[in-house]
Design a protein around this ligand. Structure first.
Ligand code: GDP
Ligand code: IMO
Ligand code: MG
Length: 420
C-alpha cells in the first residue's frame, strides 16, 4: 500500500521533517511532483540539511528513494544534493532511483522562468525561478526531454532543438542572458545522472507493492499551491494533491491508504498571491522571528499569519486527509492570544468556502480568539503533558476540519514530535 504525506497550506509546513520521522516505517519514499522549487529541511545527527529533489528518506540506510515521473528534475541541483548527502556517508548510487519518465529541467527553462516573471511585472507569481513552470509547459506541450532519453543517441540533437525553440521565446521576451556557464554545468551533471539508477518507475514501484513493500509518497509545495485547486494563478505548475500521487508515480487510486496532511499551527506563504489571514504587523513579525520563517530554497522572508481553517478544511477535503500532523506548535508557546480563522467575509457575505477567484475578491477573515498556553512545550514527549490550552486549540481544529490532528511537532528536531 501507499501512504502519502503532503502539505495542506502554501508549502513549508515541515513535510521534510515529518517524512524523515516516518521513513523507518517504509521501504520506499517517493517524490511524485515538483522539483528544485521545494526545500525540505531535515536535522540529521543534529546537523541541518535541505533537500530539494531527493526524497527525505535518503538518510535512512535501508530505505529506497524514488524520484517519480511527475517530478521535473534539475540535474545540476541533483548533483549538488548528492554531494551533500554523500558527506553524511550515504551512497546515493545504492538507494536513489529515478524514473525514466521524469522530465528534465534545462538551463533555458530557468532563463524562461526569469523572463516570464520580469514580463509580468507587478503581477509576478514570485516564482523560485528554478524553471518549474517552463519545464511543465514543455511536458504538457509534448516537447520535453526526459531522463530515459539520456540513454538515447539522439539526446544532444533533441536538446539543441529544444534550446532553439526556447531561444525564440526568449527573443520574444527581449530577454538576454548568457547561459553558457549554466550549460557547461548542465552537461557535467548529465554525465553524473547517467551513472545513477534509472528505472522504469511504474513497474519498479508496482512490483515492490506486489511484494508487500510499504511506500510513502512525499508531496512538495502545498495544496493551496496546486495548479488546479490552489490560489491560481499564484500557484506552482503541478498537482500537489493526493491525486498527483497516482499520475506522478503510476500507482492506482485503490493503492492509496493513509493521507497525512501537514499544517503549521499558524500559516505562512512565500511569493505573491492571496493570503487572507496574513498579519502585516508586529504579530506577523513575531511569528516570522520565532518560527525562523525564511525560505529554505530562496531565503526570502515568509509572509506569516494565523491558521486559516476555511482553507484547511478545503485542503483536507481535496486530499482525503485521514490524519493531520500539526507542526511548529512550539512557535506559539509565548503568544498570549491566538486567533483561528473560521469564516471569510466576501463582498459583505459570510462563507466557510474557499472562493473561486481568491485573488480577485476582497476577503476579510473572521476570527475566533483563543488563550495562548504560555508554556515551553519543546521538551514534551507525551500527549498528557501538553498544556490544556493547546489541547483546547487542537480540539477545536479537529471539530472544524472534521479530521483528527494525530501528531503535534514541537521543534525542528527528529525526536520533537508528540503522537496524540
Ligand atoms: P517543508 O518544505 O514542508 O519540508 O518545510 P521547510 O523545511 O521549508 O520549512 C519548515 C521549517 O520549520 C524548517 O526550518 C524546519 O526545520 C522547521 N520545523 C519543522 N517542524 C518544526 C517544529 O515543529 N517546530 C519548529 N520550531 N520548527 C520546525
Ligand atoms: P516546499 O516543498 C513554499 C511557491 C513560490 C511561488 C509559487 C510558484 O518547500 O513546501 P515556482 O517556483 O513553483 O514557479 O513558484 O510557489 N513555492 C513554494 N512555496 N514552499 C515550496 O516548496 C514552494 N515551491 C514553490 O514561492 O509563490
Ligand atoms: Mg520548504
Amino acid at each position: 500500500m501507499v501512504d502519502v504525506i503532503l502539505g495542506l497550506q502554501w508549502g513549508d509546513e515541515g513535510k521534510g521533517k515529518i517524512v524523515d520521522y516516518f521513513a523507518p516505517q517504509y521501504d520506499i519514499i517517493a517524490r511524485f511532483q515538483g522539483g528544485p522549487n521545494a526545500g525540505h529541511t531535515l536535522y540529521v545527527e543534529g546537523k541541518k540539511t535541505v533537500l530539494h529533489q531527493i526524497p527525505s528518506g535518503i538518510f535512512h540506510q535501508n530505505t529506497i528513494n524514488l524520484i517519480g515521473n511527475g517530478v521535473v528534475l534539475d540535474p545540476v541541483t541533483l548533483k549538488r544534493e548528492c554531494d551533500t548527502v554523500a558527506s553524511f556517508g550515504i551512497d546515493v548510487k545504492k538507494n536513489l532511483f529515478i524514473s525514466e519518465r521524469t522530465n528534465i529541467i534545462v538551463p533555458t527553462h530557468r532563463a524562461l522562468d526569469k523572463a516570464s516573471e520580469l514580463a509580468k511585472g507587478e503581477s509576478k507569481i514570485g516564482s523560485t525561478l528554478k524553471g518549474i513552470g517552463p519545464a511543465y509547459m514543455d511536458k504538457t506541450g509534448r516537447n520535453a526531454i526526459r531522463v530515459g532519453d539520456l540513454l538515447d543517441e539522439s539526446f544532444t540533437t533533441n536538446y539543441i532543438k529544444l534550446r532553439l525553440k526556447h531561444q525564440k521565446l526568449l527573443d520574444n521576451f527581449h530577454f538576454i542572458e548568457d547561459i553558457s556557464a549554466w550549460e557547461e554545468e548542465f552537461f557535467e551533471a548529465l554525465e553524473f545522472l547517467r551513472t545513477l539508477n534509472i528505472v522504469n518507475g511504474e513497474y519498479f514501484i508496482n512490483n515492490h507493492i506486489s511484494q508487500g513493500k510499504k511506500v510513502l509518497a512525499e508531496g512538495a509545495q502545498g495544496t493551496m499551491l496546486d495548479i488546479d485547486f490552489g490560489t491560481f494563478p499564484f500557484v506552482t505548475s503541478s498537482n500537489t494533491i493526493s491525486a498527483g500521487v497516482c499520475t506522478g508515480l503510476g500507482v492506482a487510486p485503490q493503492k492509496i491508504n493513509q493521507v497525512l496532511g501537514v499544517t503549521k499551527a499558524y500559516c505562512t506563504r512565500v511569493g505573491s498571491g492571496p493570503f487572507p489571514t496574513e498579519l502585516d504587523d508586529a504579530t506577523g513579525e513575531e511569528l516570522r522571528k520565532i518560527g525562523s520563517e525564511f525560505g529554505a530554497t530562496t531565503g526570502r522572508p515568509r509572509r506569516c499569519g494565523w491558521i486559516d481553517l476555511v482553507a484547511l478544511k478545503y485542503t483536507c477535503i481535496i486530499n482525503g486527509v485521514t490524519q493531520v500532523v500539526m507542526t511548529k506548535a512550539d512557535v506559539l508557546d509565548s503568544f498570549e492570544e491566538l486567533n483561528v480563522c473560521t469564516a471569510y467575509k466576501v463582498n459583505g457575505e459570510l462563507t466557510q468556502e474557499v472562493p473561486y477567484q481568491m485573488s480577485k475578491v476582497k476577503i476579510e477573515p473572521i476570527y475566533k480568539g483563543y488563550k495562548g498556553w504560555n508554556t515551553d512545550t519543546t521538551k514534551i514527549t507525551d500527549a498528557a503533558s501538553l498544556p490544556a490550552n493547546m489541547s483546547t486549540y487542537i480540539e477545536f481544529i479537529n471539530q472544524y476540519i472534521n479530521t483528527p490532528v494525530k501528531y503535534v511537532s514541537n521543534g525542528p528536531g527528529r525526536e520533537q514530535i508528540v503522537p496524540l
